[in-house]
Design a protein around this ligand. Sequence first.
Ligand code: MF3
Ligand code: CO
Ligand code: CO
Length: 272
Amino acid sequence: MNDQHKGRMTRDGIRIHEPADFAGMHRAGRVAATILDDIAEHIYPGQTTGEIDRLIEEKVEAADAKSATIGYRGYQHASCISLNHVVCHGIPGDKKLKGGDILNIDVTVIVDGWFGDTSRMYVAGQLPRKAERLIQVTHDALFKGIEAVRPGNTFGDIGHAIQAYVEGHRMSVVRDFCGHGLGRVFHAPPNVLHYGRPGTGAVLEEGMFFTIEPMVNLGRPETKVLADDWTAVTRDRSLSAQFEHSIGVTSEGFEIFTLSPAGRFHPTYSQG
Ligand code: MF3
Ligand code: CO
Ligand code: CO
């Protein structure tokens, strides 16, 4: 066995990590989550997504971490910022936020070689009622998926829990993007689908690390990628939301590596 990669691989190519590896993932996850906590005060009408990204890059450096996205397949930013009908992989730029805009901010950092990947929803100004419903359902769908994480369950159980919940609220689950294994790499097997049938797919084992990151649309599930080759939008231009946690499978169930230290994963805005 190679010392740098203790643990083993399943038949599906999913790495089984050692108990000691959980600490590294918790450190990386905490840095990413703290950045998302601290960026909340910078989200307001008139702010640009480029400035938000610049502040995130500063916070990554201040934490002695590295951005996993800068230089990843040519991507040049420390975050993805996905506004309104943008499903994911929105590129920060000069565009100013307007009151009532909703946005997902997705940050991945590397700390001591471990990857922490998380995203959550924010609003500029007042949150519109139908966006509030979409965001709540998307958040709760992520947790339906997380609650299906335990040894012996399958990835299909996770996808099914998410899909059933979302469709029960007459919203749709995006099929074109999925969660992923991670650890000492950004994207590894398996593809974590946010839809599926119970009992199908690979069986979960203690020591697996992966993200769950459902994208939910108010309209139809279809997406298209814009000419910039990154930005994915809903084909019908309906509003889309996403939440993401990085998770590890334990003997009892799961640990969330990207929990918000400030308890602000959702809502990120004040309620009432
Ligand atoms: N953080 C995204 C994910 O959840 C990936 C972003 S890749 C980028 O997997 F290059 F677009 F930043
Ligand atoms: Co991810
Ligand atoms: Co992400």
